[in-house]
Design a protein around this ligand. Structure first.
Ligand code: SAH
Length: 422
């Protein structure tokens, strides 16, 4: 979502004649697009601002947009007096106001719903991978999560508006569509004529477009994985066989305290249905360790479920108390050292599962999408249908294909190596 927001901000400023620079010392405006999900992310923003104010031109504008802006509000100006603007995730389309009035301080952390989508200019060239937001905000109110506060209540964009964006990117270079939402599979839109649209309708309509070869979506909530959506994995080959479906914890007690009211049986049942719809599907998860009150035995249940589902690549975090959340004030907060020990143990297991899956790909041919040059600039990085990075040698004297069949030749925990089949 933040990559998408960043692209829209870049297009907005480019439409006003500005260009991007990598040098802070050259910049006329410096924008930090921020995440507030864990305290560490917020802290990083403030330490970056400290560095940037030393390096920037004295009259360069500097500000923050996104969730830390919303979390901090006017307090951000007190912490960093040099800030010129503080714009929340649903009001960054107001940025031009600061260009017109550089002497004022601009603060807007309103939850304006879908207004920004109408006000932002469209780019006339899409990257091959196009992010399309379809809903914003979240109503689930997991007790650890700041997102309902920073991004607001859940709201789905009109079906026709989304398809308008999809067709625009399909006609200007997109090959892969990634639908976005904090609760993406909860997408629900009722048109004025009463027709109801779900994510499955968006996938079906998008799969009809010839230019689009790959479709995926993120982030999903387990119990929003309805049968119509599961069925898409059976019927739409363009829908990638990969799904991030965070379980967060394997302990029923912890899940209850997290306000994630699903049973492990229900979760496993959804995974089984997905696997019978699409036998090659793989699942990834997010995990939180050290949630208030988590016992050793709760944690062991998280280890068990990770092993049982065999997640192929997951994100794991130490619980971080956040403002405006219920869990931050719960009793029995877990000491940092225990959180670290549990995270270490879980990561070891998740890394092994990831390595095993990566190794199981050796010898297979996968259809992969070009991402760009690798760090050395000498090779190329492609993405497999499972989002694994796959490194290949640059083909001699030809432009590399956007989509390529790649034979996987070796694997590590972090990446695959392969060769493009011509
Ligand atoms: N559905 C959300 C998830 C975003 S946060 C969205 O797409 O916006 C990504 C992950 O961060 C969550 O799945 C959760 O595992 C983790 N997370 C959220 N709040 C957290 C907290 N307070 N402490 C630690 N991890 C957290």
């Amino acid at each position: 979502m933040n990559v998408y927001d960043g692209q829209r901000i870049a297009t907005l400023l480019q439409s006003r004649g500005m260009t991007q620079t990598d040098s802070i010392a050259d910049a006329d405006i410096i924008i930090l697009n921020t995440c507030a999900v864990r305290a560490k992310a917020t802290d990083k923003v403030y330490s970056a601002l400290g560095r940037i104010r030393e390096q920037k031109k004295p009259d360069a504008l500097m500000g923050i947009v996104g969730c830390v802006a919303r979390e901090s509000g006017a307090d951000a100006f007190r912490r960093v007096p040099e800030l010129n603007f503080v714009l929340g995730p649903q009001s960054y389309h107001k940025l031009p106001e600061i260009l017109e009035n550089p002497d004022m301080r601009l603060l807007n952390i309103d939850l304006g719903g879908l207004e920004k989508f109408d006000e932002l200019p469209q780019s006339d060239k899409s990257p091959a991978l196009a992010y399309i937001p379809i809903q914003e905000g979240c109503n689930h109110c997991c007790t650890y999560c700041i997102v309902p506060y920073t991004r607001g209540r859940e709201i789905s964009r009109p079906f026709n508006d989304v398809m308008h964006d999809v067709m625009h990117v399909a006609n200007t270079g997109a090959v892969e569509i990634c639908f976005l939402g904090q609760n993406v599979n909860g997408y629900k839109y009722t048109a004025p004529d009463g027709t109801q649209y779900r994510l499955s309708d968006l996938i079906r309509a998008t799969a009809k477009l010839d230019n689009i070869q790959r479709i995926r979506f993120t982030s999903s909530y387990p119990t929003e994985m309805t049968d119509d959506l599961i069925d898409m994995f059976r019927t739409e080959p363009k829908l990638l066989p990969f799904l991030n479906m965070p379980i967060q914890s394997g302990s029923p007690d912890v899940l209850t305290k997290m306000n994630r009211p699903y049973t492990l049986d229900l979760y496993i049942d959804i995974v089984d249905k997905l696997r019978s719809a699409r036998p090659d599907i793989q699942i990834s998860s997010d995990f939180i360790v050290g949630f208030p009150g988590e016992t050793d035995s709760d944690f062991e249940q998280t280890m068990d479920i990770a092993q049982r589902i065999r997640y192929i690549n997951s994100f794991s975090f130490k619980y971080s108390p956040r403002p405006h959340t219920v869990a931050a004030t719960m009793p029995n907060q877990i000491p940092e050292v225990i959180k670290s020990q549990r995270l270490y143990k879980l990561d070891e297991l998740l890394n092994n599962l990831q390595r095993e899956f990566n190794e199981s790909c050796i010898g297979k041919t996968l259809s992969c999408m070009l991402e760009g040059p690798d760090k050395t600039g000498l090779r190329l990085v492609y993405r497999t249908p499972y989002m694994q990075p796959c490194i290949v040698d640059k083909p001699d004297n030809t432009t590399p294909p956007t989509l390529a069949n790649i034979e996987i030749t070796s694997a590590s925990k972090a990446a695959l190596r392969g060769k493009i089949l011509i």
